[in-house]
Write a protein of this length. Structure first.
Ligand SMILES: *Cc1c(COP(=O)(O)O)cnc(C)c1O
Length: 445
């Protein structure tokens, strides 16, 4: 078949067959009759990119509607654009917040949230030491000072260290729900509340997760999400913010549109409370909104599959003598991105990963984020202009980053093993992963 002959229908059918083959290990099973060697008994295990595995006619049809209406821009066009508008309404509903704002990326959503909270020069924002760059850059972009707090065995911010890092200048904390697992929100909200610190939830790696029946992003003052391809639902790139606070919403919506405000946002949040100020352009286009609308309608079933597989593996290894699993403050709300356990030291952790990988189990160190305080550009406080306010205040000049500022985080990172989970894993794959972890763990314990 030449490329030209691949119609859009064919494309989706072929890719679905390829996926189900990979997911069920059919390719491997077919070989079994011919040569029954140990190698062929290992199922093919590839967690893949979750969102695209669920692309089907829904995304296709929604995209076609945008093409046919010739209205790819969210505010106006030759037809009546509704994709981004509807996505925002449905996303807010799903997350249990009053308002949602669709933007171009998770990083843009963080910049809008920080603008929404009114953070600026002189303010301090507490950020976990191990997380994605954007949680640091959004603070620096605002001219504020990033202050790192350690992570604990939740692999997320340690409430005790968060409390320790609060000063009279602390304006907000970014509670990042990393690697599909939840921050312990009760103590975080209590400490923040007592100290007048705003809570920004970064749910980029935990879209659809929940904590004690509350959907992540709706617990703090504002929540952000990413729809980049590595995240739960995806349009390649994209992001969103939710809040139930009309003032935060108006400020964020203004920041995402040069500082001006479209009437549709005020229709949602009420009379304007803020004058125009200098903002950015982070508006989402209708193609992105179309794909995300379709993906959102499948999020529940995606979560059920991914969680089901992670729960199966956690259940299969939890009674190993002495095993220290990742602390999950509400296991039901974890989205199941991976299974995590701690070995006694870095050398044992490395041997564990090596032996699991020999068995073709997708094991690794914690992945997808950055140990921020030890990055050269962070240690040297490099900004886009030498007079940038973040590090020119007395506190900014005094603060020291580097390994001594995040010893606990470095230790946690060094001891944890990650085993990636896939939404399309079969029971055979889950069982194989359980057997492999048990075998390797017992040989090293
Ligand atoms: C991916 C990610 C972001 C940024 O999202 P982009 O859409 O890539 O800009 C922010 N925070 C965390 C924790 C992330 O994983």
């Amino acid at each position: 078949m030449s490329t030209q002959n691949i119609t859009r229908r064919n494309f989706l059918t072929t890719s679905c067959i390829a996926l189900s083959g990979a997911a069920t290990g059919l390719g491997t099973q077919r070989l079994l009759g011919k040569e029954r060697t140990k190698q062929t008994e290992i199922p093919k295990i590839d967690p893949g990119y979750i969102g695209p595995q669920f692309f089907d006619r829904h995304e296709e049809q929604a995209l076609m509607e945008v093409l046919e209406s010739r209205s790819p821009f969210r505010y106006w066009g030759s037809g009546k654009p509704t994709k981004v508008l509807r996505f925002e309404e449905n996303f807010a509903k799903y997350m249990g917040a009053r308002f949602a704002l669709a933007v171009t990326s998770g990083t843009a959503a963080l910049d809008c949230a920080v603008a929404g909270l009114g953070i600026g020069p002189g303010d301090e924002v507490i950020v976990p030491a191990y997380t994605w760059w954007s949680d640091y850059t959004c603070v620096v972009h605002a001219g504020a000072l990033p202050v790192f707090a350690d992570i604990d065995s939740t692999l997320n911010i340690d409430p005790i260290d968060f409390k320790r890092k609060i000063t009279p200048r602390t304006k907000a904390v970014i509670a990042v729900h990393l690697l599909g697992g939840l921050c312990d929100m009760d103590p975080i909200m209590e400490i923040a509340g007592k100290n007048g610190v705003a809570v920004l939830e970064d749910c980029a790696q935990c879209v659809g997760g929940s904590y004690k029946a509350k959907t992540l992003g709706s617990i703090g003052d504002v929540g952000i999400y990413s729809f980049q391809v590595n995240k739960m639902i995806t349009s390649g790139e994209g992001g969103a913010l939710v809040t139930s606070n009309p003032l935060i919403y108006e400020r964020s919506a203004r920041f995402h549109d040069m500082g001006t405000i479209h009437g549709l946002f005020l229709d949602r949040s009420g009379p304007s409370q803020v004058q125009t100020f200098a903002g950015e352009n982070f508006r989402m286009n209708e193609f992105t909104g179309a794909v995300l609308g379709a993906q959102l309608s499948k999020l529940d079933s995606m979560l059920a599959q991914l969680r089901g597989n992670a729960d199966a593996v956690y259940n299969g290894i939890k009674n190993l003598p002495g095993i220290r699993l990742r602390h999950r403050p509400d296991p039901k709300g974890d989205i199941g991105y991976g299974v995590y356990f701690e070995m006694k030291d870095k050398a044992t952790r490395n041997r564990c990963i090596e032996q699991l990988r020999k068995r073709r189990v997708p094991a690794s160190t914690l992945s997808g984020s950055v140990m921020l305080p030890v990055q050269e550009s962070v240690i040297n406080k490099r900004t886009r202009h030498p007079n940038w306010p973040s590090f020119n205040s007395p506190e900014g000049k005094k603060i020291e980053y580097g390994p001594d500022s995040c010893r606990q985080t470095l230790g946690v990172f060094d001891r944890f093993v990650q085993v990636r989970m896939g939404a399309k894993y079969t029971q055979r794959i889950n069982d194989y992963i359980i057997d492999s972890i048990r075998e390797v763990y017992n040989s090293l314990a």
